[in-house]
Design a protein around this ligand. Sequence first.
Ligand code: GSH
Length: 224
Amino acid sequence: MSRPPMSPTITAFERSPDRGRGLARDMRVRWALEEVGQPYDVRLLSFGEMKEGAHRALHPFGQIPTYEVSDLVLFDSGAIVFHIAERHAGLLPSDVNERARAITWMFAAVSTMEPVIVDREVVKLVERDKSWYEQRLQVVEDRIRGRLGELSNRLGGADWLEGAFNAGDLLMVSVLLRLSGSGILDEYPNLSAYVARGEARPAYQRAFAAQLAVFHDAMSRPAS
Ligand SMILES: N[C@@H](CCC(=O)N[C@@H](CS)C(=O)NCC(=O)O)C(=O)O
């Protein structure tokens, strides 16, 4: 009898700083695994454990998420989603050119869109007490608007960036979700609708519920 394939193990925050709003980057890995129907295990880490040698052996920067299956260890959510999409049907088109375009959007999500969006989080988190905080926030938010405007023009009235939903959309929606609550995304109705379409996917919903359950569970226990 053939043995079932080994389930991958990913790492995630024991107590996510976003309070389970699905913004921690294990969420996009969970979502990809749910889209392809691959069961997975999760190892939860405290901030202290993330910086210890055992975890740094898996992730040189002491962060989450990581992905382990058999003798393969990966870090960085974009690379992990790419690996999942390559190993399973459903997240990348089979046509070579369509596949290349989907991969292009994966890179665009994490290397063109995400850095400007994360800049805003850094400003709000660590630069709030600076005399130039408001001006800097304005500059960073205008830069985000520039990128969103360009993305919005490209998406136009389409449901997804390149034909059918693929890993490029999964990463792009994940990145845009980081703007939740800022009001900025609302200025681009087609992008808001695009993100809502991503969130409505059953695989997204399952992934979101799983990571939220971790947070609720952590809140019901005293901090370690
Ligand atoms: N480029 C990495 C970034 C990973 C990252 O920033 N992870 C965050 C959680 S979403 C983290 O571990 N933060 C804690 C820390 O950096 O100490 C990826 O996409 O996986």
